[in-house]
Design a protein. Structure first.
Length: 362
């Protein structure tokens, strides 16, 4: 009879063990599913970043931060070939490693990966070994996965993730990492137009002002810091007459003088560019039409009071040359295309009579 309680107790213990094993399996499954869902949510984060009003380099850095956070990666580095050199776009490694990380394409261990467009996984087996590409601090990385990046079959750089643990990526879901790699490529492709816009921004040699492209790239986030802004474009309408009647040098001096005067009216919170030729654009960020109008009136009066001296080379007689300036003003709303506003203002100024010099609200 004494054996019955023992048998029952053993049975209960067996049931509890089976139950605990079953619960553990379910928890493991849940954690794996939860981890995958969390990682897949990174895709949505990437798309949100792509749509933000940020410079391209800032977008790529934010994407890298998401990778590190969602995938619990120790080190993540994105390197892009810009047509001339390899540029490190994002990395959470110390800056002293950046030169080495931008030269991985020269390493034999990765050349085959690049040529075949396939990922490469390398690791060490003991603490006294080092990864083939390492030059400094061999303890920093003991495992690495290298992903070459291609856009439409054109090689554009690579993404490398590293760990300080030996065999860290042995059981990593490479399928999911391939999806993430493809998404990095999609983001780089999506922002390629923005990259082009930012790369052609130049500083005008006469006025020291940024070109029009600045409005659509680097300045966009600054402008969109407020819900609405006033955009004004003004044109020196008699610049051709000045060039022909006096000289092109006099015309250039007029442009320089006008831009210098206009700069005195521009706050650090505003944006002022030489739009094209004798046209300039000024964005009063966050200002109402009433506020901006007062500034525009004063600016116009001062611009048309400016004088540039012309000395006739034949008679040595001096003459004061004045610009004639026509203004067009419009509203910009955050999230819309500022290029639509500037295009409308430019079209008005180009079609207006040359002798017009008003403040026109479009």
């Amino acid at each position: 009879m004494a054996l019955i309680p023992i048998i029952v107790l053993i049975g209960i213990i067996g049931i509890l063990i089976f139950y605990n094993i079953n619960i553990k399996k379910k928890l493991t499954t849940f954690n794996n599913v939860s981890s995958k869902v969390n990682k897949l949510n990174a895709l949505q984060d990437f798309m949100n970043i792509t749509g933000e009003d940020l410079p391209v380099d800032e977008k790529i850095k934010k994407v890298n931060e998401v990778l590190i956070d969602k995938f619990e990666i120790k080190y993540s580095t994105i390197v892009v070939f810009d047509g001339a050199e390899y540029v490190l776009k994002a990395s959470n490694t110390d800056e002293k490693y950046w030169k080495n990380l931008t030269n991985l394409h020269t390493q034999d261990v990765f050349k085959d990966s690049i040529s075949t467009a396939t990922p490469k996984y390398i690791t060490i087996d003991s603490e006294d070994e080092k990864l083939p590409y390492q030059e400094l601090d061999f303890s920093r990385a003991k495992s690495a996965m290298f992903f070459p990046l291609y856009i439409d079959n054109v090689y554009i750089g690579y993404w490398i993730i590293e760990s300080s643990v030996i065999h860290a990526f042995d059981d990593t879901d490479t399928t999911l990492l391939e999806v993430i790699k493809d998404d990095i490529v999609s983001i780089l492709k999506t922002v390629s137009y923005q990259t082009a816009m930012e790369s052609i921004v130049r500083v005008d040699q006469f006025t020291g002002l940024y070109s029009a492209e600045y409005l659509y790239g680097q300045a966009k986030a600054k402008i969109d810091s407020e819900a609405t802004s006033i955009v004004t474009m003004f044109k020196i309408t008699n610049i051709q007459e000045i060039n022909e009647k006096y000289s092109r040098t006099t015309g250039n001096n007029i442009i320089i003088t006008v831009s210098n005067w206009a700069k005195t009216y521009v706050k650090t919170t505003d944006v002022f560019v030489r739009y094209m030729g004798p046209k300039f654009a000024l964005v009063f960020i966050g200002q109402s039409e009433e506020e901006a109008t007062e500034t525009i009136k004063a600016l116009k009066a001062d611009l048309e009071d400016t004088q540039v001296e012309y000395i006739n080379p034949e008679t040595s007689e001096s003459e004061q040359v004045r610009p004639r300036v026509n203004f067009a003003v419009g509203n910009y709303y955050k999230g819309t295309g500022i290029e639509s506003v500037t295009k409308k203002l430019e079209e008005y100024l180009d079609q207006a009579p040359l002798d017009e010099h008003n403040i026109n609200f479009i």
